[in-house]
Design a protein around this ligand. Structure first.
Ligand code: GLN
Length: 484
């Protein structure tokens, strides 16, 4: 059961081969057994999960089930879920119980899915290794010495180790795609505005986007059908007709035009990652695709631009954690100003503070034009690179991450080297485009390699089709780490 696709699980539930309670209990038992080592979950609450499973079983018995009814899904601990502790992996929210559901959670609840627990992540989604979590690092199920990537590292590890049927993530600069790549799973960040940000704790509002993380593209399509949707409570949510993201899965790829950005295959790309990615592209050619070299000339600007804009937005979003309304408050202080200072000094970790300092600096009166405004202008140029590129191709492919998973501790004292691990993913967020990662093999150290697929705006169904056809022809996505 733990290796089954969502479709298979749904069929088994409908045929009463298994109940949602039994399925949920199977995963809860695995969590109890493996989470002490992996640390993929921050919160599990078996009573709540099993109550949802029982409700799903009743719904199935009444013949009112949908494709996700009764299926246990892990939720990144950035999504508010009513009655659940929701921490964003920060001391600031370590004791916060959400009083309402994020729209994504509402949608899963309406679908009858089971919330299996809240997964670990980098604090406020700031990081690429899951090491900034207040609740400790997550281990990569493929190699306990390796990071699972971040910030959605807990969800990625939970899917890879089969501690859930599927999971959710969020991606501001790569946080769905990079951990998916580093743990050998499939994940998609939709076009900005497709998934509501309501109740998704804000990091950088113009970049944040939720999306599914699962064992396959087919599963991701089913999850995205549930996650997507217009929301009047999110002013950047897009009011578009409801789509079936599974609709094109079966389309053949003959004639598909794949753009290969020369900047993504240049210096800095590890040879073993390049090899696996090139083998995947060769497989696509066998499936009838053609390749064309393209250029994204402003690629090298994406990291500096992101590290001006994302901290600017974060410094504003995180001003709400002041010890007054909710969350952590310093136990001892002299006056109001001292309370603010101590609360924020004690409640935030080092990476979050670094971002708040950078963000406040680039937004300050004397520097706004030189940094923030300049970065906004460059953001537009980066987006235009993609608009030009999509005149020549249907999808863009390249590595998701320049290396396979690095070791725990390897980059934690070197923020710039950590930031560079998102070199191929960040521009996609700056442009608001959809991007996904698909497992395509293993590196020299036996750690997974991911292929990034970038589509034009609203091309999710096409990208899922492109990924699914590859997964029909290969079995990398079906491999499971040994020892779990
Ligand atoms: N690693 C990037 C950062 O630290 C992206 C994180 C994300 O996508 N949430 O900001």
């Amino acid at each position: 059961m733990i290796n089954s696709t969502l479709k298979e699980l749904s069929a088994a539930l409908a045929a009463k081969k298994i109940s949602s309670r039994e399925l949920t209990q199977t995963f809860l038992d695995r969590i109890a057994q493996l989470n002490p080592t992996l640390n993929a979950y921050i919160t599990v609450d078996p009573e709540k999960s099993l109550a949802q499973a029982d409700a799903a079983d009743q719904r199935i018995a009444q013949g009112a089930a949908g494709p996700l009814t009764g299926i246990p899904i892990a939720q990144k601990d950035i999504f508010c879920a009513k009655g659940w502790r929701t921490t964003c992996a920060s001391k600031m929210l370590a004791n916060f119980t959400a009083p309402y559901d994020a729209q994504v959670i509402e949608h899963f609840n309406a679908a009858g899915a089971v919330n299996l627990g809240k997964t670990n992540m980098d604090e406020f989604a700031m990081g690429s290794s899951n090491e900034t979590s207040h609740f400790g690092a997550v281990k990569n199920p493929w190699d306990a010495l390796a990071v699972p990537g971040g910030s959605s590292g807990g969800s990625a590890a939970a899917v890879a180790a089969r501690l859930c049927a599927a999971a959710t993530g969020t991606d501001t600069g790569g946080s769905i795609r990079q951990p998916a790549a580093l743990t050998g799973i499939t994940g998609i960040k939709p076009t900005y505005g497709v998934v509501s940000r309501f109740g998704m704790i804000a990091f950088a509002s113009s970049l944040d986007q939720g999306g599914p993380m699962a064992k396959s593209a087919e599963d991701c399509a089913l999850l995205l059908n549930t996650m997507a949707g217009f929301d009047t409570r999110d002013s950047t949510s897009l009011d578009r007709p409801v789509e079936d993201y599974s609709r094109d899965l079966a389309q053949p790829l003959k004639g598909l035009k794949i753009g290969l950005p020369k900047e993504y295959f240049a210096e800095g790309l590890a040879p073993d990652v390049a090899k696996a990615v090139e083998a995947a592209i060769a497989e696509y050619k066998k499936l009838g695709a053609q390749t064309v070299e393209i250029s994204l000339p402003n690629t090298q600007l994406s990291i500096p631009v992101y590290y001006v804009l994302a901290p600017a937005e974060a410094s504003s979003n995180l001003s709400r954690y002041d010890g007054v309304r909710y969350g952590y408050r310093a136990p001892e202080y002299t006056d109001l100003s001292d309370m603010y200072k101590k609360t924020r000094a004690q409640g935030f970790g080092a990476e979050v503070k670094r971002r708040i300092l950078i963000g406040t600096y680039v937004l300050s009166a004397g520097y706004y034009d030189a940094y923030y405004l300049k970065a906004q202008k460059l953001r537009r140029l980066i987006a235009q690179d993609f608009t030009e590129a999509f005149k020549q191709c249907d999808v863009i492919m390249g590595p998701t991450s320049p290396t396979t998973a690095f070791n725990l501790g390897e980059k934690s004292d070197d923020p710039v080297s950590m930031y560079l691990s998102d070199i191929y993913t960040i521009a996609v967020n700056l442009a608001g485009l959809p991007g996904m990662s698909v497992p395509v093999g293993f590196g020299a150290n036996g750690r997974p390699v991911g292929l990034q697929i970038v589509g034009n705006y609203f091309a999710e169904a096409k990208m899922l089709n492109v990924a699914h056809q590859y997964q029909l022809a290969t079995d990398w996505h079906a491999r499971m780490p040994g020892g779990v």
